[in-house]
Design a protein around this ligand. Structure first.
Ligand code: FES
Length: 142
């Protein structure tokens, strides 16, 4: 066997032996991408029991981002916001007695619908649609 025959034989053999592996890699990649959901859908961020326990429910790792839901399952108007202050990014707190969100860093205040009541923040909090379904609390970007 000369050098040309050797390269031809093992070059073709190498391609032939790696082809099934390449095909398997391509086909397995397709099967893993079919069951994901988009973050624009309703997302379950916690349970009604958690919400009712403290009158608020914080989920910092939901598919739509950080969400703070305020209220209980007994009231109709639940509120859901991203509690990240639009001024410098501190987490705002819900003050139920004052019916507003307050930022502990520089004292910005936001209404229950996220609108700015007092600066220095100038942009409203991001809000979510929120509903209770079964024992779950669900939110969706608006
Ligand atoms: S970070 Fe909230 S007021 Fe400054």
């Amino acid at each position: 066997m000369n050098r040309r025959d050797f390269i031809t034989l093992f070059g073709v053999g190498g391609i032939a032996s790696s082809l099934p592996l390449a095909l398997a890699a391509c086909s397995s990649e397709k099967s893993t991408t079919t069951t994901t959901t988009t973050s624009k859908d309703w997302q379950n961020i916690g349970t009604v029991a958690e919400l009712d326990k403290n009158g608020q429910l914080l989920n910092e790792k939901s598919p739509v981002g950080t969400v703070l839901v305020v209220g209980t399952s007994k009231i109709k108007n639940l509120v859901a916001v991203n509690p990240t202050c639009t001024h410098k990014g501190c987490k705002v707190d819900w003050k139920a007695t004052e019916n507003k969100f307050l930022c502990p860093c520089h004292k910005s205040a936001f209404a229950a619908d996220g609108k700015v009541l007092n600066g220095p923040a100038t942009e409203p909090l991001a809000t979510y649609a929120v509903k209770i379904e079964g024992s779950g609390v669900l939110v969706k970007p608006v």
